[in-house]
Structure formats: C-alpha cells, structure tokens
Design a protein around this ligand. Structure first.
Ligand code: PLP
Length: 401
C-alpha cells in the first residue's frame, strides 16, 4: 500500500515548491478514507444521536457507539464506557482536572506534573489547585530531556492526590518511562493521568498493561479529524467523579428540586457530540491498524535517525532533546538565529515547520532559549524531504548570521 498517495493535501506546491510538511506534531494530515468518512456522514447519515426514533438517528447512534468500541479495542480498555469522547486532549485533561479535583483534592493537597508538560497539562491543574487550595509540584528533567525519576519519587508524599505526566514530549520527543512512573505512583496509591497526545499515533498504547488511571489524546494528531478526542478513565474513578458539564444526554432525570445523572460514559458527554468527527476518528484508527503501529514506529524511527544524523552535520545547528528513546520530533536552533526567522525562510522554500515555545514555556525556560524550530515527522514523510530541509537550512544559514 502506498501510504503517501492516500494524503491528497501532500500533493501540492506552495510558493511554487513541492510542499514538505514537517509539522505533524501540531497536526497530522488526513488520508482520503478519513475525508470520505466525513463527507459520507454529512451526505447520507447526519442526524443527532441517541433518543432519535428514526432511521438516520439509529444508524448514526450505532456507528458512534461502534466507534467507541473501536477506541476501546485500540487502547485495550476494559470497558467501552471508560471511553469518553471530547473535543481533544485539552478538553480531556480539563475534564479530569476539574471533575477529579472536586471529588478528590482539597486544601493542602498536592498535584505532581513534569517540567516538560504541554500547557494543556499544566494550566488545568493550576486552575484546579487554585480552586481547591492545593499546590502544584514539578518533576525536573536533565539536559538531554530525561525526567529525573529519583526526584519524582521524592516529590510524592501522603498529600499527593494525582500525577499528570506526558507519555511523549511534543517539544523534545522524549518517550517518558510511563510504566515506571505509574508503578512508583501506584505503590503509594496515587492515580496517574497520562497525556497521550504525542504518543497515540507513534506507539502501541495499552491502558490495561500500563495500568494508568486516565489516558487522553486527540484525533487530529493521529490522522483523524480536528474537534474530537478521547478521555479514557478507569471505571472505579469515573463512577466517583461528578459531571464536568451539565446539559443534554448527561442526565437521567431533571426536576428543579434535584437532577440525577446518566450512567457512564454519558455522564461526561453533555450536549450534541461531533458525531461525524467521531466516525472519522474510527476510520483513522482503521488506517493506523491497517499499516500497523509497529510499522509506523519503525518507519518514523528510521527517518528520525537519518534526519538527526544529517542535521547534526550542519555547522552551528544544536538539537534540543537527545534522549535515547524518542519519537519523530527534532527541535533545533541554528547559531544565534531566532527560530521564527528560520521558520519563515523555510516556509518560503515550501517547508512547513513549527517555531516558538510549542506551548511548553517551562522547557524553554529550562534551556534559557526563546523557542526552537521543530521538525516532526509522520509515516508519510520521506528521506528526500529530509534532504530538502537540510539543503534549505544550508542555503538560508548565511542569511541568518
Ligand atoms: N499535550 C501535548 C503533549 C500536545 O502536544 C498537545 C498539542 O500539541 C496537547 C496536549 C493539546 O492537544 P489539543 O490541542 O489537540 O487539545
């Protein structure tokens, strides 16, 4: 199967140059099958789900719930009702931070995050800590971008209520030892939320094997549509947590005196969901499964190793994030050039990279830099494209001094 040809957007020129799309950590492109699912949904199936007494509603509901079962299989959750559809990782983490903290965090308690978190896994916890009178504690990382597990273990105490940590850093590419982190936290009966936004399309995720309590990810970073994501939560915890938003679907009975809530997962799915996008996510899972996550990981590793070797040969180029276990993310700076200038010049040569702090300002503070240039690869990228960016950097480097 030719993977690249399934992505129509890649087959175009920008500024008269063939598009080289290296901004996959921000969002991946979508294969034709996902685009077809979205189109077909709106062409022939569009209908509000659950409670509908007509054909389209029951078909849409069936496919929506079937996708929930598909997600359950994909991450090997124990139950389908542990899969909650959200708008994305950000909403998934906000849901947990808000709901979990109301139930389990009180004044004087502590929440542990790492210094390499995306702002989406920092700010919701800061808000929760502010509301509940709790304190945020932070796991440091070293120059290579490796978390300090001794410091982590030392941070935990009888007031620690939850650990929230990323599976893979979107800026450094580091694959964190999540299983070990969960083991350490669980040995003290502390639940763990894993931000899986940058892992889900690169590594096999098995939530039962990991033993994590929450696992959050976005559809659009795994070849699926924007506007849909997943919050996996362990049933025992979800049962005890209050609703996140109020509205349709999440209730059992409403009176002005007292409202009772729906069962899982509907308790956490207030309002009309993005049905078409959920179905598109299902097709993205099929797409990944057909290639095989192992093949994807191997292809990306081969390309990342090649790109790292090539980039390292460029004079004055420094890579940030050199952990031995990395996904396909390379953050770098060239001499004293501002990352934005590098990104702008590369753009004019048809190369899409991301520049700035990548929503990880604490990482930039740790290294004392304003930001980086980030090239991130997906399964459809090629060695030729890596050669193109290396040639482009060599060409623009003199303009940047
Ligand atoms: N967490 C990580 C590690 C990310 O890389 C991102 C997005 O870049 C997010 C969370 C937020 O994802 P979203 O914007 O899809 O909610």
């Amino acid at each position: 199967m030719d993977i690249r040809s399934q992505f129509p957007i890649l087959n175009q020129t920008v500024y008269g140059k063939p598009l080289v799309y290296f901004d996959n950590a921000a969002t991946t492109q979508k294969p034709q099958c996902v685009i077809d699912t979205l189109c077909n949904y709106y062409k022939s199936l569009n209908s509000n789900i659950h409670r509908g007494a007509h054909y389209l509603a029951s078909q849409a509901t069936e496919q929506y719930e079937q996708t929930r079962r598909k997600v359950k299989e994909f991450i090997n959750a124990r139950h389908s009702h542990e899969i909650v559809f959200t708008r994305g990782t950000t909403e998934s983490i906000n849901l947990v931070a808000s709901s979990f903290s109301q139930r389990f965090i009180s004044k004087g308690d502590e929440v542990v995050v790492s210094a390499m978190e995306h702002h989406s896994n920092i700010v919701p916890w800061q808000l929760a800590c502010e509301r509940q009178g709790a304190t945020l504690r932070v796991i440091p990382f070293d120059d290579q971008g490796i978390l300090d597990l001794d410091a982590f273990a030392a941070l935990l105490n009888e007031r620690t209520r939850i650990v929230a940590v990323t599976n893979v850093s979107n800026t450094l590419g580091t694959v964190n030892p999540i299983a070990e982190i969960i083991r350490i936290a669980h040995s003290r009966e502390i639940p763990v939320l894993v931000d899986g936004a940058q892992a889900i399309s690169h590594r096999k995720v098995d939530v039962q094997q990991l033993g994590c309590d929450f696992y959050c990810f976005s559809g659009h970073k795994m070849y699926g549509p924007m506007g849909v994501g997943v919050m996996y939560g362990r049933e025992e915890l979800l049962e005890q947590m209050p609703p996140y938003q109020g509205g349709g679907e999440m209730i059992k009975d409403v009176t002005f005196e007292r409202t009772t809530y729906n069962e899982l997962p509907f308790k956490f799915e207030a309002g009309t969901p993005a049905v078409g996008d959920v179905l598109g996510l299902g097709t993205a899972i099929d797409f990944i499964s057909q290639i095989g996550i192992g093949t994807i990981a191997a292809t990306e590793k081969e390309l990342t190793d090649y790109a790292t070797g090539q980039l390292q040969q460029i004079e004055g180029l420094r890579i940030y994030g050199t952990a031995p276990d990395k996904t396909s993310v390379i953050s770098f700076l060239i001499g004293n050039a501002h990352p934005y200038d590098v990104g702008t010049l590369l753009d004019k040569l048809g190369i899409a990279v991301r520049t700035g702090h990548h929503c990880t300002q604490p990482i930039m503070d740790r290294y004392g830099i304003p930001g980086t240039v980030r090239a991130s690869f997906a399964v459809y990228n090629t060695r030729d494209e890596v050669d193109t960016i290396c040639a482009a950097i060599r060409r623009i480097a003199p303009m940047l001094q």
